[in-house]
Write a protein that binds this ligand. Structure first.
Ligand code: NAD
Ligand code: IPM
Ligand code: MN
Length: 347
């Protein structure tokens, strides 16, 4: 029997609730589909940091390397550990260490879920660059606390990085409806973003079958609200993609619905699957977190592992559950009730 080893990193806040919900669904669908899934849980989190002075052990990356995939909940407990410490110490380290350059985030409405827009027909795939750009971490601070203080945060865009993420977008567009929106702010940022537009044009010549449009990120943000049905694949830099995908989550009905995959180009390295949302400290001690985003991310993991039929079964079960009148109203319905509805729909 085929079997996969999955690293679970539930981490902080609602992370453990939504990861256990997704794991219950994964275990059930694996049993039904005839492949094995084994979980190894890692307690790496802000609580771990408070005990050990680091978010994960020094050999944490080495430990994760041999897994088939990673399912992560959410990192961050800003009341006790600064976000700049916790996120760089775990989530962002993993993305970079395994070169998970493509952050893939689908946005569409599930049956029975009301978004805030009139449009119900949109189906957007946002591809976010995930290893460089505005998240490069290059910069510094001088004359701290004085009137002469200067702080620099440098974005780094490499030809390799920009070309490969755009290529990923073109390939996805080719498999979908053939339209690609390339996002920049090249009217204001005249180095990196002009470069991004140039690489977009170079690749467009190679992908004659894809209709590509370059948008400024501000205009694209408006378009996502006003005419989301006009969009197919979006490719954006790390920071722009981060912001646009919380917007994508909003038009899906809320952060509890938005899934993501962090894909490594090297099949021998683990890719990571996680909801778009964070640890939601405001609802962390309640049983109201929507687990759909994480269950959907788990379906993306199954597809990545080559278990497409099982992934489709999970997506169908999610749709059956949301179409039911349990309503899925984040903040109102219980995590446990929503999870039970998905599990029941798998039968
Ligand atoms: P957040 O996504 O945690 O929460 C924003 C709002 O959405 C909150 O009102 C929250 O209750 C709601 N929400 C989020 N997920 C939900 C769900 N599944 N069901 C129902 N409601 C949900 O964003 P934030 O408040 O900016 O960040 C909180 C912490 O999480 C911070 O430490 C932040 O850095 C971290 N964070 C981590 C990740 C990650 O691990 N990938 C992502 C985003 C934020
Ligand atoms: C996300 C999150 C992270 C990001 C933060 C927590 C560093 O917002 O996965 O969208 O910006 O990548
Ligand atoms: Mn984000």
């Amino acid at each position: 029997m085929k079997s996969y080893n999955i690293a679970l990193i539930p981490a902080d806040g609602i992370g453990p609730q939504v990861v256990e919900a997704a794991w219950a669904v994964l275990s059930k669908v694996a049993g039904q589909s005839g492949f094995g899934l084994s979980a190894t849980r890692f307690p790496w989190s802000c609580a771990y940091y408070k005990e050990n002075g680091r978010m994960m052990p020094a050999d944490g990356i080495e430990t994760l390397r041999s897994f088939d995939a990673i399912l992560l909940g959410s990192v961050g407990w800003p009341a006790e550990v600064p976000d700049s410490v916790s996120l760089h110490g775990l989530l962002l380290t993993i993305r970079k260490a395994f070169d998970q350059y493509a952050n893939v985030r689908p946005h569409r409405l599930l049956p029975g879920v009301d978004g805030p827009l009139k449009a119900t027909e949109f189906d957007i795939l946002c591809i976010r660059e995930n290893t460089e750009g505005e998240y490069s971490g290059a910069g510094g601070r001088v004359h701290q606390g004085t009137p002469a203080e200067v702080v620099v945060e440098t974005s780094i865009f490499t030809r390799r990085g920009v070309e490969r993420i755009l290529r990923y977008g073109f390939e996805q567009a080719r498999r979908r409806r053939g339209r690609l929106a390339s996002v920049t702010k090249s009217n204001a940022q005249r180095h990196s973003m002009v470069f991004w537009d140039e690489v977009t044009r170079e690749l467009a010549a190679e992908y004659g079958d894809v209709a590509v449009t370059s948008y400024h990120v501000d205009a694209l943000a408006a378009r996502m609200i006003m005419a989301p049905e006009s969009l197919d694949v979006i490719v954006a830099s790390n920071l722009f993609g981060d912001i646009l995908t919380d917007m994508g989550a909003a038009i899906q009905g809320g952060l509890g619905f938005a899934a993501s995959a962090n894909i490594s180009p090297d099949r021998s390295l683990p890719s990571m699957f996680e909801p778009v949302h964070g640890s939601a400290p405001d609802i962390a001690h309640l049983d109201v977190a929507n687990p759909i985003a994480t269950i959907w991310s788990a379906a993306m993991m199954l597809e990545h592992l080559g278990e497409k039929q099982a992934a489709d079964r999970v997506m169908a079960a999610i749709a059956t559950a949301t179409a039911k009148d349990i309503g899925i109203r984040p903040g109102k319905d219980k995590t446990s009730v929503i999870t039970a509805a998905v599990l029941e729909a798998l039968d």
